[in-house]
Design a binder for this molecule. Structure first.
Ligand SMILES: *Cc1c(COP(=O)(O)O)cnc(C)c1O
Length: 434
């Protein structure tokens, strides 16, 4: 399979380059030349398959020409070592729990697959691979965990000072070994801009053998489509699910679009955001106006210029009319989100995190406007990752903290503090990472 840039259909590369380079030199995003479709051989029996078998069929559709089946199966099985169960709050109101991985957020799926695929693609090389990643919360932890102790790799994580929760910060800063954390005096968008700039700096990028782990990397998106197909089976045959996705950079939603492209019947995707509502406004008005991000309690969605936007629109030939048919958008305030956390607990005894709560509100609104529709809301992180908000709404100690998170409290944070300017960052990389 060849991959092209969204900015230039003529710029075509192979799988290894698309994954390791991550970002085309023209600042577009890589897309497969052919969007795979799964045939009757799959859709005739998908309801009876295991999660791993679904994952393998999808991975093979994308990467089967370039990665041998046995290797691909190992990559998929290593990724899917935990389940993604669906919980039904009340009829037609389903929650897809994506937080059963090591760092308790959906990003474990993408990060684990990517780390394994990258290790496979570089297994015959002796140069060290440097993975550079900007995080607004959960990406850094998932990537750090996925690459920790992977031979031949090291990870540099940039995160905005004061804008990630205490435990999220520990997930990025306490591992040590081949993982280095940089605390940037700026916003997530500033961190993302530094990462983008590093890739576009040819000399630096070559010298450090840079690769990206952000959701701009195609190898993170494909595994995220596994659980759309897996979870859709919870719904009776003949009924098309509505997927509601709490969104920031729109990688998760784009993965849903890939699942639909593979042949999964979907009634609608709902893009649920906090007050960083660039995409809902685009869907309403047809104009894309990126803005500086605003801090909210669903901090992993505080993105003012979503990095997967061009990929999402490219899937519809950049037609706003077609996108609107498939995706609707809605945004909620922090106060509404807080009220939803309390309401979901009171009505269903279920503890939903601030990101999932934004999704749950969007799902309820959609069902009110479309009676009869069934929604599957993606619960993107475990509520215990956000103790400040959960304690304030439900009372201290209500949310039980899973063991793998609890042990972080005693670990030591190790990070270097840097201003957000490019020259300082570039010099730091040169001086500290060699
Ligand atoms: C990253 C993240 C999101 C946003 O996902 P995108 O793919 O960037 O849209 C939502 N919720 C949580 C908990 C996250 O970590």
């Amino acid at each position: 399979m060849k991959y092209h840039s969204t900015n230039n259909l003529g710029h075509r590369v192979d799988l290894k380059e698309a994954i390791l380079r991550s970002l085309p030199p023209d600042n577009g995003l890589y897309m497969p030349d052919v969007l795979p479709v799964l045939g009757e051989g799959f859709w005739g029996k998908w309801r009876g398959l295991s999660f791993q078998e679904i994952g393998f069929a999808v991975a093979e559709a994308f990467f089967g020409e370039d990665v041998a089946a046995d290797d691909l199966r190992k990559i998929v099985d290593g990724t899917l070592e935990f389940d993604a169960p669906v919980v039904t709050l009340e009829p037609k109101d389903h929650i897809l729990e994506l937080f059963h991985g090591p760092t308790l957020a959906f990003k474990d799926f993408g990060a684990r697959f990517m780390a394994r695929l990258m290790a496979h693609l570089t297994k015959d090389e002796d140069r060290m691979l440097t993975v550079l990643v900007a995080t607004s919360g959960d990406t850094g932890g998932a990537v750090a965990s996925a690459f920790h102790n992977v031979p031949g790799t090291r990870v540099v994580i940039l995160y905005p000072k004061g804008k990630v929760s205490g435990l999220q910060e520990k997930q990025l800063t306490a591992l040590g070994g081949n993982i280095t954390a940089l605390e940037i005096e700026g916003s997530f968008d500033d961190c993302q801009a530094l990462v983008k700039k590093a890739f576009l700096d040819r000399e630096l990028s070559e010298r450090m053998n840079l690769t990206s782990a952000n959701s701009i990397n195609l190898s993170r998106l494909v595994p995220q489509s596994f659980y759309y197909i897996h979870s859709a089976r919870k719904i009776e045959a003949g009924v098309k699910p509505v997927f509601v996705i709490p969104s920031g950079n729109f990688g998760n939603l784009t993965a849903g679009l890939l699942a639909r492209q593979l042949g999964l019947p979907v009634e609608k995707f709902v893009a649920a955001t906090n007050r960083n509502d660039v995409v809902p406004r685009y869907l309403a008005k047809g104009q894309y106006e990126p803005l500086p991000s605003i801090s909210t309690i669903s901090n992993a969605m505080d993105v003012g210029a979503p990095s997967n936007f061009v990929r999402m629109t490219a899937l519809f030939g950049n037609s706003w009319e077609q996108i609107k048919e498939c995706i609707s958008g809605v945004s909620f305030t922090d106060q509404e989100t807080r009220d939803a956390i309390r309401e979901v607990k009171a009505k269903f005894g279920y503890e939903i995190d601030p990101h999932g709560a934004v999704g749950w509100l969007a799902a309820r609104k959609y069902r009110e406007e479309n009676p009869g529709s069934e929604t599957i809301t993606l619960e993107t992180a475990h509520p215990a990752k956000f103790p400040d908000v959960m304690d304030a709404e439900l009372g201290e100690g209500t949310v039980e903290v899973p063991e793998r998170l609890a042990i972080l409290a005693d670990k030591k944070k190790v990070a270097s503090l840097l201003p957000k300017d490019w020259e300082t960052f570039r010099a730091w990389l040169g001086g500290n990472i060699s």
